[in-house]
Design a protein around this ligand. Structure first.
Ligand code: PEP
Ligand code: MN
Length: 306
């Protein structure tokens, strides 16, 4: 049975605009942006090196975690609001326009709004709802009530796709329809040795069921840096799999010195790898565009023949 996505659903193929613009960056089901950066903010030096590297390679989007939901209460919990002023100031210095940043409770939304305002809005933020909070309905309603910042809603790791799409609809029902839907793998031992079972085959499914742009997070899906005999790491492989299926956003953990990263050190790419990663992603994107053009020409041909 079809689920009721009154706002985000595609009721007729062309009914809804799938695109939105935020801080000069357009998000849609037709383009692609890479958000590479720190899983968790640690030092000013690492944040600055990361932004500088992104600028050097033409990037205007980044990921930076200030509030970290951790499995263990004894693990580093993120620097919290204290880092926001200098993270935003540095982002502005390097021309970063959108930072994806997870929030785990309502107060974090206000802290981000305030810090952005105090920075003179030199940069912008996308509020990320993590997989552990996909069904935290009060948090979903709170991010949906503010209409200034777009939302990255990650799929729940242990619930159905429909349930996660409904979570996105919760945000939209409060007024904010600028939502990107994030795939990040599902929790099951069937995914071993990867951290999660990659679910990027659902990129086209979300495209046809909703008007949302779709993000894939290869870092949290794979969770490790294995490489196969072809010389390509698993993170690069699954990133390409998401992109060749039409993904619109890539969220990637990157760190100047991965072994010093305080969260998820095993899955971060290095700054030196960024240009190689971007080139590999561009190959996959070009292949997707060619596949799309091929499909369009074949559909016309086949319908004429029918
Ligand atoms: C993250 O992107 O930092 C994160 C915690 O992701 P997820 O919610 O997908 O685990
Ligand atoms: Mn993580």
């Amino acid at each position: 049975m079809a689920i009721e996505l009154r706002i985000l659903g595609r009721h007729q193929v062309q009914e809804h605009d799938t695109a939105f613009e935020y801080n000069g960056v357009t998000f849609s089901q037709d383009n692609l942006h890479t958000f590479a950066g720190l899983n968790a903010v640690d030092t000013r030096e690492y944040v600055e090196q990361t932004f500088a590297c992104l600028r050097e390679h033409g990037q205007v989007c980044a990921r930076m975690g200030a509030y970290k939901p951790r499995t263990s209460p004894y693990s580093f919990q993120g620097m919290g609001k204290e880092c926001l002023p200098w993270v935003f100031e540095l982002a502005g210095k390097y021309g970063i326009k959108v930072i994806s940043m997870e929030v785990t409770r309502e107060a974090h939304i206000d802290e981000i709004h305030d810090a952005l305002r105090q920075s003179g809005n030199v940069t912008g933020a996308m509020l990320q709802i993590g997989t552990r909070n996909t069904q935290n309905f009060e948090l979903l309603k709170a991010v949906g009530r503010q209409k200034e910042l777009p939302i990255l809603l990650k799929r729940g790791f242990g619930i159905t796709l429909d349930e996660s799409l409904m979570a996105a609809e919760y945000c939209a029902s409060e007024g904010n329809t600028r939502i990107i839907f994030g795939l990040r793998g599902m929790k099951t031992n069937f995914g071993d040795p990867h951290r999660n079972l990659v679910d990027f085959g659902h990129v086209p499914v979300v495209h046809r069921l909703t008007r949302m742009p779709v993000c894939v997070d290869p870092s949290h899906s794979v969770g490790m840096r294995g490489a196969s005999p072809d010389g390509i790491t698993d993170i690069f492989h699954v990133a390409a799999q998401g992109v060749i299926a039409g993904a619109n956003m890539l969220l990637v953990d990157m760190h100047p010195v991965p072994k010093k990263a305080l969260v998820d050190a095993a899955q971060a790419i290095t700054l030196q790898e960024l240009p190689y990663f971007l080139e590999d992603v561009a190959i996959a994107r070009e292949a997707y565009e060619k596949r799309r053009a091929l499909a369009a020409s074949r559909v016309t041909e086949l319908s004429k023949a029918a």
